[in-house]
Write a protein that binds this ligand. Structure first.
Ligand code: FAD
Length: 324
C-alpha cells in the first residue's frame, strides 16, 4: 500500500544531521512506493532542501518562524502540527535523538496515535516489521502497526541512508504556522564540547574507562580517535572520577551509540555500560584483566596495558593512512 510519509530533518551547527537522511531511508521503506516528504523547521532553513532531495526526499516542506531558531517542545509541536494538518501523512519518521525523543510522544498524544520508538530496522513485507531493542539492548522485539498512523523514531546509525545523488530534485513548499504561547524561549545555546565528531553519529568511537586513570590519560585515546576520524566516549566510571565530561558518557544513563567500530579502553563492561554500546557493529576491548566482562561482548580482545596498546594502534593506523 503506497503511503505519504513525513521525515523530519534535523540541523545542528549549521548542517543537516545524518539522521535526517536515515529518516528519509526509513520513510522510503514505509512509503512502499508512495511519497516521502522531508520537513525542515527553523529560521531561514530552505537552503537545506537540496541536500534532502539528493538523499531521496520526493518533496520538502519548510516551516520558518523566528521562534523555531532553537528547539522548544511548544514551538516545534505547533510547527509540526501545521505540517501534519496540511499534508495528512499516513506515516511519520523522526530520528531517535534528544529532539525526536522529546517531541515524538508529545505529537503522538496530540494525534491520538501509537508510537514505535528507537527502531533499528524496518523490514518490508505484507506488514512492515519494526525491530527495536528492549531491556537495555539485551533483547529485540518486532512490532507491526495494524491500524492508523505509522509513527516511528529511528536510532541514529542503523538505517543506511540512500546513496547521495545530485541529479535528484523536487518541489519545495512553504507552510506557515502560527507559533504562539511558548512557555520557554531559548536565547542561546552554549555547548560544552564543541570539538570533534558528534558521539551519537560517529562511525568510530574510542571510549575510556576508569582504567585511563586521569584526564591526561585520555590523550592517547584522543589521538587514536583523531587518526580514525572518530569520537571519544567514556564509561560512567571515568566521568564519575572526573577524568572527562558527562557529555561523553555512554550507557544506560548516558548516550546509546551504534558505531561501526567501538574501541573500549580500560572499561570493565558493567551491564549499564553495555546497554549503551553492545549493538556496535565491531567491538574491540583493551583491558589488563583477561576476565573482564567487556571481553564477553567484544569481537576482538586485547589483554594488555592500554597505555602501551593504544599508542601502538595509533602508529599502525597512521602508517595505513600514509600508504592508502
Ligand atoms: P571499572 O569497573 O573500575 O573498570 C576499570 C577497568 O579498567 C577494569 O576492568 C581494569 O581491569 C581496567 N584497567 C585498569 N587499568 C588498566 C590499564 N592500564 N590498561 C587496561 N585496562 C586497565 N556506567 C556506564 O558506563 N554508563 C552508564 O550509563 C551507567 N549507568 C549506570 C546507572 C546506574 C543506575 C548504575 C547503578 C550504574 C551505572 N553505571 C554506568 C556504572 C556501572 O555500573 C559501572 O560502575 C561503570 O560502568 C564502571 O566504569 P569502568 O568500567 O570505567 O570502571
Amino acid at each position: 500500500m503506497a503511503r505519504k510519509v513525513l521525515a523530519l530533518a534535523e540541523i545542528r551547527d549549521g548542517s543537516l544531521r545524518n539522521v535526517s537522511f536515515e529518516a528519509i531511508a526509513a520513510a522510503k521503506i514505509i512509503a512502499q512506493g508512495g511519497e516521502v516528504v522531508s520537513v525542515l523547521a527553523g529560521e531561514s532553513v530552505q537552503s537545506y532542501a537540496n541536500e534532502l532531495f539528493f538523499h531521496g526526499a520526493d518533496r520538502v516542506v519548510v516551516v520558518e518562524h523566528p521562534h523555531l531558531t532553537h528547539y522548544t517542545p511548544d514551538g516545534y509541536s505547533q510547527a509540526l502540527m501545521a505540517v501534519i494538518d496540511e499534508e495528512k501523512p499516513e506515516g511519520i519518521v523522526f530520528g531517535h535523538t534528544a529532539l525526536g525523543k522529546d517531541l515524538s510522544p508529545k505529537l503522538a498524544t496530540k494525534l491520538n496515535s501509537g508510537l514505535v520508538s528507537d527502531v533499528v530496522s524496518v523490514e518490508e513485507g505484507g506488514n512492515l516489521i519494526f525491530t527495536r531493542p528492549i531491556y537495555s539492548g539485551k533483547a529485540f522485539e518486532k512490532k507491526i502497526v495494524t491500524d492508523g498512523l505509522i509513527f516511528v523514531t529511528v536510532r541514529p546509525n542503523n538505517i543506511p541512508p540512500l546513496e547521495r545523488d545530485e541529479s535528484r530534485s523536487g518541489e519545495v513548499k512553504a507552510i506557515s504556522a502560527d507559533i504562539k504561547d511558548l512557555r520557554t524561549i531559548v536565547k542561546e545555546v552554549v555547548r560544552k564540547t564543541t570539538e570533534g565528531v558528534d558521539l551519537s553519529e560517529a562511525k568510530v568511537i574510542v571510549a575510556g574507562g576508569r582504567g585511563v586513570k586521569s584526564a591526561e590519560g585520555f590523550k592517547p585515546l584522543q589521538e587514536l580517535a583523531k587518526v580514525l576520524g572518530g569520537a571519544v566516549g567514556a564509561s560512567r566510571g571515568a566521568c564519575d572520577a572526573g577524568y572527562c565530561d558527562y557529555s561523553l558518557q555512554i550507557g544506560q544513563t548516558g548516550k546509546v551509540v551504534t558505531p561501526d567500530l567501538y574501541i573500549a579502553c580500560g572499561i570493565s563492561g558493567a551491564i549499564q555500560h553495555l546497554a549503551g554500546m553492545s549493538n556496535s557493529k565491531v567491538i574491540v576491548a583493551i583491558n589488563k584483566d583477561p576476565e573482564a566482562n567487556i571481553f564477553k561482548v567484544a569481537d576482538y580482545g586485547i589483554v594488555g596495558d592500554l597505555f602501551e596498546v593504544v599508542p601502538l594502534l595509533t602508529e599502525e593506523f597512521k602508517k595505513l593512512k600514509v600508504h592508502s
